[in-house]
Design a protein around this ligand. Structure first.
Ligand code: ADP
Length: 196
């Protein structure tokens, strides 16, 4: 099972992706978490990423592609993975396809799109910023992250829709209820089991 979580910042990709990863016993990779860890550790990657992150802009493709490549090539990702925050633009989506082919892995199996409206997102992220102190969760940066999502990431919905991989799920309401819908939408259908 190779799943991509798509959705605006604060739509719940991380929370729901984590639940799905636990359920299936496969790793979840968040490029945002990896970048924040690099910023915290003060690595060269972190130093390069910080400016873009604080401005609510995308970090350069070559940096996040490096993170994704390393993570997907790890042995525990061979049987499946959940991607949270990657791909985030067309170039990254094409690179993901190429990367899986290069690793001899099947392509993306499903893309889960969590749909949440903009005002709810601003509300959630500003609340998270106050609670967790994430430096990019202030209103101005949140607004630019939403704008970047609309212009760069949203077109990926069409990219995956055209491949028959897209599932859109309302991302508002009870976390466990959203998860149940997501699970039903991603559970592989097993005709043999029905026959037995
Ligand atoms: P959110 O989805 O809430 O914006 P993330 O943790 O996924 O949070 O991302 C935080 C920031 O990290 C983004 O605003 C961006 O600067 C950077 N980032 C994460 N993933 C990518 C990516 N695939 N490409 C470019 N930048 C990324």
């Amino acid at each position: 099972m190779r799943i991509v979580m798509l959705g605006a910042p604060g739509s719940g990709k991380g929370t729901q992706g984590e639940k799905l990863a636990l359920h299936h016993g496969i790793p979840k990779t968040s490029t945002g978490d990896a970048l924040r860890a690099a910023v915290k550790a003060g690595t060269p990657l972190g130093l390069k990423a910080k400016v873009a992150m604080d401005a609510g802009q995308l970090v350069a493709d070559e940096l996040v592609i490096g993170i994704a490549r390393e993570r997907l090539a790890a042995p525990d990702a061979a049987k499946g993975f959940i991607l949270d925050g990657f791909p985030r633009n067309a170039a990254q989506a094409k690179t993901l396809d190429a990367l899986l082919a290069e690793l001899g892995q099947p392509g993306v199996s499903k893309v889960i799109h969590l749909l949440v409206d903009d005002e709810e997102i601003v509300h959630r992220l500003v609340a998270r910023g106050a609670l967790e102190g994430r430096s990019d969760d202030n209103e101005a940066t949140v607004r630019s992250r939403i704008a970047v999502y609309q212009s760069e990431t949203r077109p990926l919905l069409d990219y995956y829709q055209a491949r028959g991989l897209l599932v859109t799920i309302p991302g508002v309401g009870d976390i466990d209820a959203i998860f149940s819908v997501m699970l039903a939408a991603t559970e592989p259908t097993v005709p043999e089991a029905a026959e037995a």
